[in-house]
Design a protein around this ligand. Structure first.
Ligand code: HEM
Length: 206
């Protein structure tokens, strides 16, 4: 079909659904561990810890496959940000999201096979996948494996700092998730992009 582009190959779709499910489990178990009443927890504490640890491990494995896939396939190209003119491109996309879209203007960066992400998507996907995800792993793994080691080597406060960083990055990822899902409704029809990540085909429109 002429205005249908195949943008999300099978492996990306499998990676994405697993990634989304695991992150949702991690957010729910993380929130339960941090906030719920110890006497009457949302999820029993030891269960929440196991859920969090196991999902975290599977997420790291899934993430490594994503990075490997992006390194050896053309998909990685979409994450390479051209710095020249970036501010102008971001401004133009921002203006579209906050004004143009409501005036039925056409998108400044229509989806093509060469450029499937608009500049705002490109920067946020890059920041999420190449900055926040490594940070959540790098703060989570040391707490799991060597809490005592961190305390001995860097002092008692180091564990606390690692923990706060982990929670702060977790918060940013949760925020990303909400904004990501909201912006995914800005397709040709509100459900078009959700259909795309299931079928692989982008439907004409924004
Ligand atoms: C309920 C959960 C989620 C839903 C419904 C969802 C939905 C979607 C949709 C519709 C797309 C295709 C449209 C587009 O490219 O913008 C997409 C792509 C993408 N999503 Fe999500 N998403 C979810 C969770 C996540 C999470 C938790 C992350 C990362 C932490 C994420 C990262 C990405 C990335 C990087 C892409 C582009 C993949 C590529 O083509 O290389 N998503 N998502």
């Amino acid at each position: 079909m002429e205005n249908k582009l195949y943008l999300y190959p099978g492996l990306i779709r499998i990676w994405h659904v697993l990634n989304a499910l695991l992150i949702i489990i991690l957010i729910i178990s993380g929130l339960s561990m941090q906030y719920s009443d110890p006497i009457n927890p949302f999820i029993r504490f030891d269960l929440a810890v196991s859920m969090h640890n196991i999902s975290g491990f599977i997420l790291i494995f899934n993430y490594m496959l994503f990075i490997y896939g992006n390194t050896i396939s053309k998909n990685g190209r979409h994450y390479r940000i051209q710095l020249r003119g970036l501010v102008d491109r971001l401004t133009s996309q921002f203006r579209y999201y906050t004004y143009g879209i409501f005036k039925n203007e056409s998108a400044p960066f229509p989806v093509t096979k060469r450029m499937k992400f608009n500049p705002i998507q490109q920067v946020t996907y890059f920041m999420t996948m190449y900055v926040l995800m490594p940070l959540i792993f790098l703060t989570g793994l040391p707490m799991l494996f060597s809490g005592a080691f961190i305390r001995q080597l860097l002092g008692t406060n180091a564990f606390f700092v690692t923990d706060i960083l982990h929670i702060a990055v977790g918060f940013m990822l949760s925020l990303f998730l909400i904004i990501h899902v909201y912006f995914c409704t800005f397709g040709a029809k509100p459900y078009s992009n959700f259909k795309s990540i299931v079928t692989g085909y982008h439907e004409g429109g924004h």
